[in-house]
Design a protein around this ligand. Structure first.
Ligand SMILES: [Zn+2]
Length: 251
């Protein structure tokens, strides 16, 4: 049994994404023969095809879109085209929120037809995909419908805490041995995003074995994510790593 995560981008927040200070390709997840692309932003297909890890979009089983914001969803269009070989080989599952497909759909309608299944994410539901199973435990506070997940692969659980404003019960919903946390802000703000003091709270309460912080906005980039991660490790006892573009984590 083998699994891996490849960070095809670590950009978060509008400025870092539109200036492409970091890439915004999402996260490639793989476990045995199951492959899922998580939150593909604007450059996703290029990040996949140019990856040194030799990734093949036609091998994807699913795409997971946590919410409709551009940096989490728009890249799915080009990836669906590639995954289905221009629609000649309809396949794959799209996990996505309901509001991402309503009046202003973030996935073009003709591309939606290339997919085998479109599955709407809902609070508290469990979804199966070949060798894996994941639950979307709670609706996040992010202005639009948003879900992270707890994903079981064999004995290991991985949590993905997608964009959200912090709320006191948040750490109780995620139980991963490995936690991927989107942290746009270094310090508290009135934006609907996590910041470092809140990530610290999550780590202390949820006590994962390892945490990977990613999805950095400008204030995080200026604070040097690797230094921030080292401090979090010291302060919480959790092994915290700051993701880099192209970084691979073996599971
Ligand atoms: Zn967002």
């Amino acid at each position: 049994m083998a699994g891996r995560l490849i960070f095809l981008g670590t950009a978060g927040g509008r400025v870092v994404v539109y200036k492409q200070l970091r890439a915004s390709g999402g996260i490639w997840f793989e476990y045995n023969d199951t492959r899922m692309l998580i939150d593909p932003g604007p450059c996703s297909l290029r990040c996949i095809t140019k990856s040194k890890h030799k990734l093949d979009p036609t091998k994807l089983d699913a795409i997971y879109v946590s919410h409709r914001h551009l940096d989490h969803s728009i890249g799915a269009n080009a990836v669906i085209e590639a995954m289905t070989e221009g629609g000649f080989n309809p396949r794959g599952t799209l996990f996505i929120t309901r509001d991402a497909l309503e009046d202003d759909p973030v996935i073009l309608k003709y591309l939606q037809k290339y997919l085998k299944h479109i599955v709407l994410l809902e609070e508290g539901k469990t979804f199966k995909l070949k060798d894996i199973e994941f639950t979307t435990p709670v609706k996040h506070i992010h202005g639009v419908e948003t879900y992270g997940f707890n994903l079981r692969m064999g004995k290991l659980t991985i949590s993905y805490i997608a964009d959200t404003k912090y709320f006191p019960e948040l750490p109780d919903y995620y139980n991963g041995d490995i936690m991927i946390i989107n942290v746009v802000r270094y310090q508290p703000s009135n934006l609907l995003h996590l910041c470092i003091p809140e990530v610290k709270q999550i780590l202390i309460r949820a006590t994962p074995k390892k945490a990977i912080i990613t999805h950095f906005g400008m204030t995080m980039l200026r604070a040097r994510p690797w230094e921030v991660a080292a401090r979090l490790t010291e302060e919480t006892g959790v092994d915290v790593v700051a993701a880099n573009d192209g970084m691979m984590v073996e599971l």
